[in-house]
Design a protein around this ligand. Structure first.
Ligand code: FAD
Length: 449
């Protein structure tokens, strides 16, 4: 019988999701010592996942990672199939019929919520929606963000929270030549927001932002980074932990925050970092007017972790808009196991499991595997590890014929290139890097032209 992974019978793999983890899995498979054919599916007509729809418009250097993905797309055996929603247009069991192996690279496409009182008030939003809106994700163009108030609250101190704070606080003209949507740019130009409060429930040693992100806010023209002494102060247990085990990033973050304590503020806009602080209630009559804040103390738990414990102390800050940036979680796929608590697809070393038992020939990579942590590059080693498990499993695969699934409406790589060329040309005419098309039908139309 012909062996799978040879020139006569290549290994046939479907990867669902064309973000970084999907592309890194494709690269690892196509660069392996087997003959492989990869179909990379995405529910959008455009590739690149959060690199297109998440990474901030003023971080274009980071977005240039797509050049490596372009290279993968040019490799023999690669096909892109955009505009195919797995679960809606084709099921995972149907993919398992048509392919030897299926990799889920679907990311974490929904927002975690705090669920505190007042979350239904007008003006309370998720960072997920705001980020996807300003980046032109077709699912998020219906939102309306009223930026006519003078203060905003951002809940969370990860890099997504930093992106949101920076986009709100900086001079919008810095974004004018990027690939931000025109709608978002107009809204930011009209924005009256002068104060952005960024809330972190724990202390400076536990803040999740990268040092480069907080440094960037501190250096923004026209923006002061306000840090009160109590925000930069380390509790004795965190100080001891930092001394004994603290990582470089936590030490840098503490030092960067400390540098800003007591600096006079003269700039027209301010980003206030409020640590040891949790939002307790959103208040307002129909629309958000204030956020009630609770002060926390830290309690050391097992394994060097620190828990925020409410001290009962309360304060209020006036704000007309809020953005919860408290994490992403996966969206369950029909017929695929899902860990509802973690918001990920359960797996052992990338092999999808149900009740601890591997589901034959089904794998997972990226945020769908690990949850929303790590930078773009983190997904590379992660996808490689899953591909190593897949290649280990090849010997046990049944060498049966696998019929091609018809994807009548799929946008292929040439179709994406037509979209890309159109967006870049339209951007050039407006003095922007790219003018994104934000409507799925219009994107599909462009791909077919
Ligand atoms: C707001 C934000 C900013 C970030 N900024 C940075 C940064 O500056 N630098 C950095 O290094 N990292 C950054 N990251 C992290 C980085 O984006 C992630 O590590 C990375 O995108 C995760 O890759 P992924 O492939 O797992 O998921 P994703 O990038 O989310 O890709 C998932 C893909 O799956 C597709 N998909 C989902 N469901 C289906 C389905 N049912 N059928 C078909 N396709 C489907 C989606 O359309 C998407 O294309 C940022 C993340 C966010 C949220």
């Amino acid at each position: 019988m012909t062996r799978i992974g040879t020139a006569d019978r290549p290994l046939r793999v479907a990867i669902v999701g064309s973000g970084p983890s999907g592309f890194y899995a494709a690269a690892a498979l196509l660069g392996s010592d087997r003959h492989v054919r990869v179909d990379l599916l995405d529910r959008l007509p455009t590739p690149f996942g959060l690199v297109r729809g998440g990474v901030a418009p003023d971080h274009q250097k980071i977005k240039s990672v797509v050049r490596a993905y372009d290279k993968t797309a040019g490799a023999d055996g690669f096909r892109f199939m955009g505009n195919v929603d797995v679960g809606r247009d084709v099921t995972v069991p149907a993919l398992l019929e048509a392919y030897d192996q299926v990799v889920l690279a679907v990311g974490n496409e929904s927002a975690r919520r705090l669920g505190i009182e007042g979350s239904q008030l007008e003006g309370t939003h998720t960072a997920t929606a705001f980020v996807a809106w300003y980046n032109g994700h077709p699912d998020h163009q219906h939102h309306a963000f009223d930026l006519s108030c003078s203060a905003a609250v951002v809940v969370g101190v990860g890099n997504v929270a930093m992106d949101v704070a920076r986009v709100l606080a900086q001079d919008p003209e810095r974004l004018a030549s990027t690939d931000i949507t025109d709608t978002a740019l107009h809204a930011l130009r009209a924005s009256q927001i002068r104060d952005v409060y960024v809330l972190g429930r724990r202390g400076p040693a536990q803040a999740a932002f990268s040092p480069s992100e907080i440094k960037e806010i501190g250096e923004l023209e026209g923006v002061d980074l306000i840090v009160r002494p109590e925000d930069a102060a380390l509790d004795p247990a965190s100080a001891a932990w930092l001394e004994a085990h603290g990582d470089k990033q936590a030490k840098q973050n503490c030092a960067l925050l400390a540098e800003h304590v007591g600096r006079p503020s003269t700039a027209p806009r301010r980003v206030h970092v409020r640590l040891h602080t949790s939002p307790v209630r959103f208040l307002g009559d129909g629309a958000l007017a204030q956020v009630e804040l609770g002060t926390n103390r830290l309690e050391a738990t097992d394994g060097g972790r620190f828990r925020a414990v409410d001290t009962g102390e309360r304060a209020r800050v006036a704000a007309g808009i809020s953005f919860e940036a408290v994490g992403y979680r996966g969206v369950p796929l029909p017929d695929v196991p899902f860990d509802d608590r973690r918001g990920t697809i359960p797996n052992v070393e990338g092999r999808v499991t149900t009740d601890g038992t591997p589901v034959p020939r089904l794998y997972v990579v990226g945020w769908a595997k690990r949850g929303p942590s790590g930078l773009i590059g983190t997904n590379r080693a992660d996808s490689k590890a899953t591909v190593a498990a897949m290649l280990e499993d090849v010997a046990a695969l049944p060498a049966i014929e696998r019929p091609d699934l018809p994807y009548a409406d799929a946008v292929d790589w040439d179709g994406w290139q037509r979209i890309d060329q159109h967006e870049v040309a339209a951007g050039q005419a407006k003095g922007k890097i790219r003018d994104k098309v934000v409507d799925v039908d219009a994107l599909v139309q462009l791909a077919r032209e």
